[in-house]
Design a protein. Structure first.
Length: 172
């Protein structure tokens, strides 16, 4: 049988922070419960009793205690993120935006403005640096930057659309 899991000894600052979180109870529920788990474990309460106290599974209590022992108070903040992880790194995104901000003629292309299709094609065929990016990924990155191709030309504005009625007569 494995040794019982216990939180490491708390420093004065950690103890005060945990006590403040538990006493106030204003923080989100997850942070409050995790602080309660760490405090109870540091005071010597066994894992099954802590699990009953916070209405959690024993494995969850052990995971929180192990995380606290490894990274300290940062274990109180869950690192939840939804969706699929990014396929491109921040460096690749910076390169993509820098390329999109350049005029295509400067990079040896015969056209004057980038489109998403042209930019993805250029990045796929670029002999200097290969960046594998889809149209969706490219569009998301370039939409956040102020690309010259997406902005209207100086002195011009985008056309305003007006709605015209379908019929001018009255209906019977």
């Amino acid at each position: 049988m494995a040794a019982p899991v216990r939180a490491r000894r708390l420093s004065d600052e950690e103890g005060q922070t945990l006590l403040r979180i538990v006493r106030r109870g204003k923080h989100d529920t997850v942070r409050y419960r995790r602080a309660l788990i760490v405090m109870a474990s540091a005071s010597g309460t066994p894992v099954p009793a802590i699990a009953r106290l916070v209405a959690a599974h024993e494995d969850t209590v052990r995971d929180v205690i192990h995380a606290f022992n490894a990274i300290g108070l940062a274990a109180l903040h869950p690192r939840w993120a939804g969706g699929r992880p990014r396929l491109s790194s921040p460096d690749e995104r910076r390169y993509l935006i820098a390329t999109a901000l350049n005029r295509p003629q400067k990079l040896g292309r015969p056209f004057t403005h980038w489109s998403i299709r042209k930019l993805v094609g250029y990045l796929a065929d670029n002999p200097v640096r290969v960046v594998a990016v889809s149209r969706n990924g490219c569009g998301g990155c370039c939409a956040k930057s102020t690309s010259p191709s997406s902005a209207p030309a100086p002195g011009r504005s985008r056309p305003t659309r007006t709605r015209t009625p379908n019929s001018t007569g009255s209906r019977r």
